[in-house]
Design a protein around this ligand. Structure first.
Ligand SMILES: Cc1cc2nc3c(=O)[nH]c(=O)nc-3n(C[C@H](O)[C@H](O)[C@H](O)COP(=O)(O)OP(=O)(O)OC[C@H]3O[C@@H](n4cnc5c(N)ncnc54)[C@H](O)[C@@H]3O)c2cc1C
Length: 337
């Protein structure tokens, strides 16, 4: 029972196709409500697919260990089974309330078009994100020639890799490249202490003790040298000021991301910090009527930004949207097959 009208109004529009957006799409489809997903990237899967496709995830119930891309592939299969209208490569920009056939609906404007919807789930993660870089002049000229912000393991087979960063992703890549890159993998961090998971720190120290990794701390990557491709890096030990050149084929910058909600900040929502939107944690509705949020973008006291948390939030928001679009009382539904 899809309630899509001839005027193109859908029941639910989901902004963002990360884990939360895909989970919401599943629940909306399962309730036979009409659904559209708008995603600014050209791919589905959010941070899992864009930032760490080859990292393993250990903390999703039912999956003791799963590769992030394999996980989002399953989410895509599940989330798109009811055939929502999927718009990739479109940035959501503006939101306006208007009346269509005596019904109050939302008009969402993207950089490519306009869409009418009864309800909205903002599942925009941290908004559109860009990786942080290093203050090395024209560093991005090395992109495609050995410099990586996003890692595809196959491109690093047999390479001498230098990973830069002090958080989870830098530690994870130092570990995950062991079966692919030439060892030792070098890990450069400007402080003595790492910020990542204790067990990952221990693992990297064990790799260093065995000679499979070299930890450079407190150090900074000062220069990338080479011709057509990267051939060497210069690393400065900031405690002594001494600089050393090391042969290298690949530099992997894992310095985090700069992200902003962008135009969503202007919608009249209660924005917390620069990346989150306050919701009522009993319904996941925002300050705007029929506009809900789920996943990393949704803020309430005690919020934890994890995949598994976003999935539950998406289920609540999706069921709220379906009830709101139909003008009926909220009722959860189970599959009966
Ligand atoms: C390195 C790293 C490792 C992690 N490891 C784990 C882990 O092991 N376990 C775990 O539970 N969590 C982990 N996380 C966190 C996890 O990835 C996030 O909690 C999860 O991705 C949030 O899902 P989401 O759907 O809310 O947002 P996202 O995955 O961020 O997806 C949001 C999507 O919305 C799109 N979007 C944003 N703005 C717009 C717009 N204006 N218009 C259209 N589309 C838009 C974005 O392009 C993006 O695809 C990790 C995160 C990182 C960075």
């Amino acid at each position: 029972m899809s309630t899509r009208a001839a005027d193109g109004v859908v029941d639910v529009t989901i902004v963002g196709a990360g884990p939360a957006g895909l989970a919401a799409a599943y629940y909306v489809g399962h309730r036979e409500a009409s659904c559209r997903i708008i995603e600014s990237l050209e791919q589905l899967g959010g941070q899992c697919a864009a930032v760490y496709p080859e990292k393993h995830v250990f903390d999703i119930a039912g999956f003791p260990k799963i590769n992030a891309q394999a996980y989002v592939d399953l989410m895509v299969e599940q989330g798109l089974q009811y055939r929502p209208d999927v718009r990739l490569g479109e940035h959501v920009r503006e939101l306006h309330r208007e009346q269509v056939s005596d019904e109050d609906v939302w008009r969402l404007t993207t950089d490519r078009g306009e869409y009418l919807t009864r309800t909205i789930i903002i599942a925009a993660g941290h908004g559109a994100f860009e990786p942080r870089s290093l203050p090395i002049e024209r560093i991005d000229d090395w992109l495609g020639r050995g410099l990586h912000y996003f890692v595809r393991k196959a491109e690093l087979a047999g390479r001498r890799c230098v990973v830069v960063g002090g958080g989870d992703s830098a530690l994870d890549w130092t570990i995950n490249l062991q079966d692919t890159a030439q060892t030792p993998v070098r890990l450069v961090h400007r402080r003595d202490r790492f910020r990542g998971l204790e067990s990952s720190q221990t693992h990297v120290r064990e790799l260093a003790a065995s000679g499979a990794a070299v930890i450079h701390t407190p150090c900074e990557l000062r220069e990338i040298r080479g011709g057509d491709t990267i051939e060497a890096v210069v690393i400065e030990d900031t405690s002594t000021g001494a600089s050393t050149e090391y042969e290298a084929d690949a530099v992997i910058l894992q310095l985090g991301f700069v992200s902003r909600l962008g135009p969503i900040e202007e919608w009249g929502l209660e924005v917390v910090g620069k990346k989150q939107v306050r919701v009522d944690p009993t319904s996941f509705e925002t300050a705007l009527p029929n506009v809900f949020a789920a996943g990393d973008v949704a803020y309430y006291e005690g919020k934890i930004t994890l995949i598994t948390i976003g999935l539950g939030e998406a289920a609540i928001a999706a069921n709220q949207c379906v009830a709101r679009a139909r003008g009926v009382k909220l009722q959860p539904a189970y599959s009966t097959e």
